[in-house]
Design a protein around this ligand. Sequence first.
Ligand code: DX5
Ligand code: ZN
Length: 224
Amino acid sequence: MLKKKISPSMMCADWMNLGRVIETLKECGTEYLHIDIMDGVFVRNYTLGTDYIKALHRATDIPLDIHLMITEPSDRIGWFEIRQGDYVSVHVEADRHIQRTLAAIRAAGGRPMAALNPGTPLCFLEEILPDIDAVLIMTVNPGFAGQKLVPGTLDKIARLRRMLDEAGRPDIEIEVDGNVSFENAVKMSDAGANIFVCGSSSVFSKGGDISGNIKKLRESLTAV
Ligand code: DX5
Ligand code: ZN
């Protein structure tokens, strides 16, 4: 059973108090910081960027979970400062040479993660299992916070877990990203996810403070 890990979506953090947010996340034992990179083409939005990644690397030792929602990632991996142990996810829909890009992430010291939009079938992963440490299942259509779960993605998580275990890769982690609310996180965990990208639906929800929200989320994930 893979450890349940929390990866707060930093695009949803209070940008005016980022230092304090990062301190709190560190105190809460947050396993990753999720960094959404968007180019306005692969998704119709811009969010965080290359300098933001560098600033976080200097501000904290929490590993980053860099989500590249960009076209032509193979040409742009070198734009990003990747620290040993950072996850870097690229969308299989965005890259004609996905295997080469995943290998380049590993060569740069990162942990490669393949990302799939809700409409992309799991068979896109068949030939790249040797090249990844994790799969990112988008549980919303990417680009914006505050969206609602695409219901069919829960079954997709379960099918993926079975597919990975049957392929002899129980070590490959499953990350979920999008409307990871306190309720949805439990369903996603039961289906087989173990890394939770938490944004406005949970960790940064207005319903409580960060520490209390993380405590509530961890308790719901470990409840039998
Ligand atoms: C979606 C973003 C996520 C997430 C934000 O493209 O990548 O970071 O949806 O969190 P929620 O969905 O809870 O607002
Ligand atoms: Zn993301």
